[in-house]
Design a protein around this ligand. Sequence first.
Ligand code: CMP
Length: 134
Amino acid sequence: MEKTFIMIKPEALKAGKQGEIIDLLLKNRFGITNMKQFSFDAARAGRFYSMHEGKDFFGDLVAYITSGEVVGLELEREGAIKALRDLVGATDPAAAAIGTIRFMYGTDLQRNAVHASDSPESAEKELAIVFGED
Ligand code: CMP
């Protein structure tokens, strides 16, 4: 079965939405095989988001993701990566389809409730950074 990674971002956690988001994952038949609440430091955040290094929003992205605790989950399901991207919705909550996590819980492009891996390579890398480094 395919593995993927989702991270509940600081604003969603501060608003107490983690339970509702995890419930949606379970209702959509994702298995949770690992889960952890933690804080990024700038070095780990930079490694996690290294594909965005050099972009104009990179500094703000690292500042935001280190601003509060996050919850990372390793998920398992048939076709997990695509199924999760469909459930999460477009990066910008304003463009996300009705019923998606970002439509329901996102605020704006930066505070978009969750991050989800976009490929098998990103899933492997992100799971290793979150669960494999401690
Ligand atoms: P995420 O899926 O976590 O991946 C990178 C994040 O950068 C993205 O969600 C957005 O929250 C954030 N971001 C900020 N500005 C932009 C932008 N212009 N384009 C894409 N992502 C952005």
